[in-house]
Design a protein around this ligand. Sequence first.
Ligand SMILES: Nc1ccn([C@@H]2O[C@H](COP(=O)(O)OP(=O)(O)OP(=O)(O)O)[C@@H](O)[C@H]2O)c(=O)n1
Ligand SMILES: C[C@](O)(CO)[C@H](O)COP(=O)(O)O
Length: 237
Amino acid sequence: MKGTDMNTTATPARYFALIPCAGNGSRAGTAGPKQYERVGGQPMVWHTLSAFAGVKRIARTLVVVAPGDGFFERNPTTSALVVPCGGSTRAGSVANGLRELRRAGAVDHDWVLVHDAARCLITPELVDRLIDACSGDEVGGLLAHPLADTLKIEEQGRVVGTIARGDKWQAQTPQMFRLGMLRQALEAAGDQVTDESSAIEAMGLKPKLVEAGGQNFKVTYPEDFVMAEAVLRGRAR
Ligand SMILES: Nc1ccn([C@@H]2O[C@H](COP(=O)(O)OP(=O)(O)OP(=O)(O)O)[C@@H](O)[C@H]2O)c(=O)n1
Ligand SMILES: C[C@](O)(CO)[C@H](O)COP(=O)(O)O
């Protein structure tokens, strides 16, 4: 499918945020899901949601949580739509969230910005940068950062090769695509793809890379909490 197929409708496209928040954070070593751990005095996902609440162009934010997750019932402080439709993989959670967005009134030519709950250092400025860079684009795109380290190939604990890094970028989120195109791409790609861009690439399309710096990292390992705290403390000064 070509991106232009999605542009032929009379109503202007709106922007929706979809936050996959249904993981359990096994690599983080926390007692519960890492997105609810406190960072900078608040549950991590609060920072994520308040960044999106600060973006005027976002019509609605939908948060995908795991079935049975009671966090938002116990802490009802967000205007986002929270739906317990999480899947067993991130891609499954995103696909289910897209279905819920349609139920909430989004249509195929609307843009969806998919963003990890665990990328809590996102800012309204970065979200706006992505929207500005991609809303005139046929395909869409993602925030990303050029790789700074040399990349090694490992076999049994030893280096067997080095990969040239000049054209390598670290994919971040949000990743922004038309709802209809993304739904089709994920359906075709299956639920093992690790980001939306991979599914779109598998359709032969080339998402746009939008430089976002290194602070928008995903809190994945225990030490990432310390770094996230430090960044938030620096911003509060
Ligand atoms: N079945 C899943 C798995 C992940 N996620 C969400 O996708 C984002 C990125 O995933 P990741 O960092 O891998 O989170 P977890 O799956 O929670 O972590 P881990 O892989 O260490 O278990 C997170 O916000 C997570 O909550 C989701 O919505 N549904
Ligand atoms: C979507 C993502 O954050 C882009 O870097 C990443 O692919 C998520 O991967 P994970 O396997 O869920 O950690």
